[in-house]
Design a protein around this ligand. Structure first.
Ligand code: QUE
Length: 350
């Protein structure tokens, strides 16, 4: 490993501190980072000194851009074992956070996408600032909105979660509060003072939050909420596209343009994932489903091609296969969602 640890772990006063520290990659998560965070949280469950946990990031460039996509693609091009190990470890962490018995505060002062959403969304307090940008952009690289997207996105109002999943739309703090992605809004100039206050007096954390709470402005999504509800409430991706064509507004034409750049396979995977996740009885059941999908999708053409086009060569001209929604059959989706051999299924931490 390098001399600088990828995650900084320490206890300050009564606060367990976890600071993402891979700034050159916008703190994109590695298997090692997920293990370090999991080990710290596991130890702190039984440590009476730790009253609450603060999860943040080093530097100014955002909270967490996602996962270590190049590693996933390199592994997917071979036997996929390293990619499966990553998903298994990351989803166990997502699940640990979901059921964690102590309050965790996530400070999302910047880009919060993909894997970063999986870390912050299960936390009890999720602080956005004017620099927060949230997105689940995976359909653009032939991946799917994992890390619990199947659980959280279909539980947002008015099918807005499906709109986020399919289009990869980026939203700001006011929308994050509207959709429950963030619980609180603080200006980034106050973040250091907030953290210092929490560490000095953890019991006064909620009072401090109320004092510092600022106004994020009007949520942009609200302007299109009725349209999203009607159009993204359709019962297939093809029907959504047809409804967008029928609407024929500036906004609907923009959505069609965006959807045309995404992997048709992944659009249908995400649609089915959110339907199943919306009916899942537990977060663990949803994560087991996502693990099945992840294990398959990293080895398929669209993911390798998406990473080539968007992340590695950056020509932004992926050649998806199949190239159209019609080409993505139910049989293909059945294969991607099929149970794994029982010894290979995802399970939560023991
Ligand atoms: C979709 C994704 C990711 C992405 C772009 C997508 C993702 C991810 C990164 C990323 C961004 C900046 C970095 C980095 C990774 O980009 O998951 O290392 O410096 O981590 O369209 O899912």
């Amino acid at each position: 490993m390098s001399e600088e640890p990828e995650v900084l772990i320490r206890i300050e006063g009564a606060v367990g501190r976890i600071t993402l520290n891979r700034p050159k990659a916008l703190h994109a998560l590695t298997t090692n980072m997920c293990r370090l965070i999991t080990d710290a949280l596991t130890t702190w469950v039984d440590n009476p000194i730790v009253k609450l946990v603060l999860l943040d990031h080093a530097g100014e460039r955002g909270f967490c851009a996602g996962g270590d996509i190049r590693m996933l693609a390199d592994s997917g091009a071979k036997d996929g074992a390293e990619a499966r190990e990553f998903f298994h470890t990351e989803y166990r962490l997502n699940h640990l956070l979901f059921h964690y018995p102590k309050h965790i505060i996530a400070v999302m002062d910047g880009v919060t996408m993909g894997g970063g959403v999986g870390l912050s969304r299960p936390c009890r307090f999720r602080i956005a600032t004017e620099r927060t940008t949230f997105a689940m952009p995976e359909t653009g690289i032939g991946l799917f909105p994992d890390v619990g997207g199947g659980w959280y996105l279909p539980r947002m109002p008015d099918h807005i979660g499906l709109w986020l999943a399919l289009t990869g739309a980026r939203i700001k703090a006011a929308d994050c509060e509207l959709l429950g992605v963030a619980t609180d809004y603080i200006e980034s100039k106050d973040i250091e003072r907030f953290k210092a206050g929490v560490i000095a007096e953890p019991a006064a954390m909620e009072t401090l939050l109320t004092e510092m709470e600022a106004d994020p402005g009007r949520p942009a999504v609200a302007q299109h909420q009725d349209e999203i509800n009607r159009i993204f409430g359709q019962d297939s991706v093809e029907a959504i596209v047809a409804e967008l064509e029928r609407a024929d507004t500036d906004w609907s034409r923009e959505q069609l343009k965006v959807l045309a750049t995404k992997s048709p396979q992944t659009l249908k995977v995400a649609f089915r994932q959110l339907k199943l996740g919306g009916q899942a009885k537990s977060f663990a059941e949803n994560m087991a489903m996502e693990y099945r999908i992840g294990a398959r999708v990293v080895q398929r053409h669209d993911f390798l091609e998406g990473v080539r086009a968007v992340i590695v060569e950056k020509d932004n001209a992926p050649r998806w296969d199949p190239p159209t929604l019609e080409g993505v059959t139910e049989a293909m989706l059945d294969e991607i969602f099929a149970p794994l051999p029982s010894a290979e299924e995802w399970t939560p931490l023991p």
